[in-house]
Design a protein around this ligand. Structure first.
Ligand code: PLZ
Length: 457
C-alpha cells in the first residue's frame, strides 16, 4: 500500500527524490572528504560517524549526498525515521507549527500538541488501564525519568537491568548500559544501586535456545532474591528486543515470567521501547508479541519522524505518585517535535505502515535465512519486522567475528548501502530500513549485502 513503488518520493518542498541506488564517485566522495576535513578540525573526536558522507537530502529508502550519490538506507538514523525521512506530512506539520510558535515551555504556558501526544501514547501503548505520559527530549532522558518515577512510586531504590542492555549515555543510563567500550570507559564513577542479571540470549544460552527464556528468568529471580532482596527493587528495566546489544530477542517466556514476578512483588516492569517502538517490529510495540503490559514504557526515536522527542507512559497512579514540579525540563515536549509526532502517529495508524513492516520483514527474513544457509560464518538470524540482524562468527564456532562485520560494512558503504553494526562483541549486522522503503530497493540493498558477505567469506 505504501510501497513507494518505483520512481520517486515527493519532498515537502515539491521536488522528488528518485528511489534508486546511484554511485557516481568513491564513497565518501570529494565533497564529503572536504567536509570531513573541516569536521575533524571543528568537531570533538569523541563523536564518531560510521559513514562520513555529506547528506543533502533523504526520503523513502534513500539518502542523497553532496557528491551526487544516492545510498539505500538500511539504518533509518538508528530506527528513527520509520515513516521515512522528511516525510511530507511530518515536514508540513513541522513547518506549520514553526510558523505559529516554536517554544513557550510547557511548564510555563502549555499548548495542545503536548496533551495530544500524551493522549495518543496513552491510547496506543499496551494495556487498557488508565495511563498518563510525560514528554522529554531524548531516549536517555526518558529512561532517567522512568527510573525516577519507579523509585518515587515504590519508595525503593534498586534497579535491575540485563546483560547486553543499552539505555543511554548520561550518567545514570551509562550505569544501566552494559557495554564498557565505547559507552562507559573512563567516564565513571557510575550511579549506584543498579544490578545486572542474565539475559535470555537464545543463540548463546548454555541450555539451548528453547530453554533460554525460562531458565534465564529463573536465574534473574534467584539473583534478585539472593543478592538484592525483592522488597528493595523498584524496577526491572528491559528492552523487549535488545538494540545496541545485538538485536537479541529474549527466549520465549522470559518477559512474561519477569512481568509476573514484578506484579507479585510490587516491582515496576519498565519496558524500554525506544528502539523497538512505533511499528518497527511489525507491531506498535514489541511487548505486544508476548502480550506484556508494562507498568512503565519509555519511547523516543520513531515517535516523531526525526525530531527529538521522548516519553514515559505508565499506569496513571504510578505516574501521578510524583509531586507537582518533580518532573520536567525546558524543552520536554517541544511544540515542533509534538507536531511531528502527531503527523508520524497518524501516518503509522492510517498509512498501512505497520502491515508494511510485517510484509517487508518477512521478505527480509527470507533473504537473511538464505544468506545463512550458504555461509557458515553466519551463526544466527534474528529479530522481528524491520528490526532484524545476522550475527557473524568464525565458521563452525560461536566465536564472534567483528573483523568480518567491519569488512562487510565497508563493502556495503562503498557500494552505496547504509548498514550498521551492533552487539556486545561488535559482530552483528543489523537491518533497520524505513518502513516506507520499496520492496525493490530493500532487495537491491540486500543484494549488495549478500555480495559483501560473499567477498569476505
Ligand atoms: N534505549 C533501547 O536504543 C538509543 C544509541 C546510539 P538516546 N540507541 C542508539 C549511540 O551510540 O548513542 C537508545 C536505545 C534504547 C535508550 C537509548 C538512548 O536514546 O535518544 O540516544 O538518548
Amino acid at each position: 500500500m505504501t510501497d513507494v513503488a518505483d520512481a520517486v518520493v515527493p519532498l515537502a518542498g515539491g521536488p522528488t527524490l528518485p528511489q534508486e541506488r546511484r554511485v557516481v564517485t568513491a564513497i565518501p566522495g570529494p565533497r564529503a572528504r572536504a567536509l570531513h576535513e573541516r569536521r575533524t578540525a571543528a568537531v570533538a573526536s569523541g563523536i564518531g560517524s560510521a559513514l562520513p558522507i555529506e547528506v543533502v537530502a533523504a526520503g523513502g529508502g534513500v539518502i542523497v549526498d553532496s557528491d551526487g550519490n544516492s545510498l539505500i538506507d538500511l539504518g533509518s538514523g538508528i530506527a528513527v525515521v520509520n515513516v521515512g525521512n522528511a516525510a511530507p506530512a511530518v515536514a508540513q506539520a513541522v513547518a506549520a507549527q514553526a510558523a505559529s510558535f516554536t517554544h513557550t515551555c510547557f511548564m510555563i504556558t502549555p499548548y495542545s500538541g503536548y496533551v495530544q501526544v500524551c493522549e495518543q501514547l496513552n491510547r496506543l501503548t499496551p494495556g487498557t488501564h488508565a495511563k498518563k505520559s510525560a514528554l522529554f527530549n531524548s531516549g536517555a532522558e526518558a529512561v532517567e525519568n522512568a527510573v525516577k518515577i519507579a523509585r518515587h512510586a515504590t519508595g525503593r531504590t534498586a534497579i535491575v537491568v540485563m546483560e547486553h542492555a543499552y539505555h543511554g549515555r548520561t550518567n545514570l543510563t551509562m550505569a544501566l548500559t552494559a557495554k564498557s567500550m565505547p559507552y562507559k570507559a573512563g567516564f565513571g564513577p557510575f550511579a549506584g544501586d543498579i544490578y545486572r542479571v542474565p539475559m535470555a540470549y537464545p543463540y548463546r544460552w548454555p541450555g539451548g535456545p528453547d530453554a533460554s527464556g525460562l531458565e534465564a528468568a529463573a536465574e534473574v529471580i534467584s539473583d534478585i532474591h539472593t543478592t538484592i532482596g525483592a522488597d528493595r527493587v523498584a524496577a526491572i528495566l528491559v528492552e523487549p528486543i535488545q538494540g545496541e546489544g545485538g538485536f537479541i530477542v529474549p527466549g520465549k517466556g522470559y518477559l512474561p515470567a519477569l512481568s509476573e514476578f514484578c506484579t507479585e512483588n510490587g516491582i515496576m516492569f519498565v519496558a524500554d521501547e525506544i528502539q523497538t517502538g512505533f511499528g518497527r517490529t511489525g507491531q506498535w510495540f514489541a511487548c505486544e508479541d508476548e502480550h506484556i503490559v508494562p507498568d512503565l514504557i519509555t519511547t523516543a526515536k520513531g515517535i516523531a519522524g526525526g525530531l527529538p522527542l521522548a516519553a514515559v507512559t505508565g499506569r496513571a497512579e504510578v505516574m501521578d505518585s510524583v509531586h507537582v514540579g518533580g518532573l520536567g525540563g525546558t524543552y520536554g515536549g517541544n511544540p515542533v517535535a509534538c507536531a511531528a509526532a502527531l503527523a508520524t502517529i497518524d501516518m503509522l495508524e492510517h498509512g498501512g505502515l505497520i502491515a508494511d513492516a510485517q510484509r517487508l520483514g518477512a521478505a527480509l527474513r527470507t533473504r537473511l535465512d538464505a544468506m545463512k544457509a550458504r555461509d557458515r560464518g553466519i551463526g544466527d538470524v534474528r529479530g522481528r519486522g524491520l528490526m532484524q540482524a545476522i550475527e557473524l562468527v568464525e565458521p563452525g564456532t560461536d566465536r564472534p567475528d567483528p573483523d568480518r562485520v567491519r569488512a562487510v560494512l565497508a563493502a556495503c558503504h562503498a557500494q552505496g548501502v547504509v548498514t550498521l553494526s551492533a552487539g556486545t562483541y561488535g559482530n552483528v549486522i543489523r537491518f533497520l530500513p524505513p518502513l516506507v522503503i520499496s520492496e525493490k530497493l530493500l532487495h537491491e540493498g540486500l543484494d549488495v549485502v549478500a555480495e559483501a558477505l560473499a567477498v569476505t567469506r
